[in-house]
Ligand binder design. Sequence first.
Ligand code: NDP
Length: 307
Amino acid sequence: MEKVDVCIIGSGPAGYTAAIYTGRANLKPLQFIGENFGGQLTTTTEVENFPGFPDGIDGYELVDRMKNQAEKWGTKMIEEDVIYVKFEKNNNLIKSKNKTVIAKTVIIATGAQAKKLEFENSNKFWMKGISACAVCDGALPMFRNNPLIVIGGGDSAMEEATFLSKFGSKIYVIVRKNYLRASKIMQDRVLKNDKIEIIFNSNVIGCYGEEKLNKVKIKSNDGEIKNILCNGLFFAIGHKPMTDIFKDQIILDDNGYIIVEKGNTKTNLDGVFACGDVQDKKWRQAITAAGSGCMAALQTENYLDNL
Ligand code: NDP
């Protein structure tokens, strides 16, 4: 059993940034990066809004560079998923399949997963016309000046439709019920936007095209079927924070996100910090995740200094 000062769980921008900072502080972090490391950035294509890359950068490459930087500063990485944790002040137990660690502090950066829907050809067009992040992918040339679809009736859907209306020629929002769940202010923004049309009481049942997506089939709750010509489809039906293994030990909100103190990364447990999308349902950007990873690392360093 290995004893460490800092154990980081997760490997997106938040986890790697926390590793870079704690590594540079000479805390010799151990990081469980998981079997499929890299987080949500690995499923996006071009990242054009991360500062420092004026020509954009492939999402996978960006997160791989962060990994290299964390390794350079001495982070020990375990390519396994954490399957069990037992938080006990300054003696936290973290286990993967082949590794058990006792850590004085833990930084949780397990992220969240965008929920997706399955319908005819949804896998075929995933990342080739279908995406779960308009802010990440919406400005790509394939979507510009073309009709696009957003699925969902919450704040994310309103935000994504508004964002896409800057690029797309027409935005259809497909809502399964006869009302929007989004806040009034976000709804108003959409309702005032001439480019956006909301289609209530409907679900997408298939998407079609030769190589590129160009048609989506929707079915109303009355059974009426309609085809919409469009070149992009964005899921905005919510995210699932990756907190299942922590849920009985740490305080989560109603949606399963870890609750942290306002303006910092402290959880309800001493020496356990959370950063990135696992504690952020609002901003969810690579740069905000990286920023909170930095905060978690500095708070961890400060906690250890005061032990
Ligand atoms: P929500 O859970 O609020 O909304 C999800 C939407 O997707 C709902 O309209 C839901 O429909 C729909 N949906 C869910 N499953 C399906 C399905 N299988 N088929 C079709 N539609 C489906 O998620 P959001 O991501 O929008 O928001 C999450 C949280 O983040 C909220 O608290 C929100 O306020 C916050 N947020 C805030 C923002 C801001 O302030 N700028 C921006 C984005 C999010 P139904 O209503 O029928 O369940």
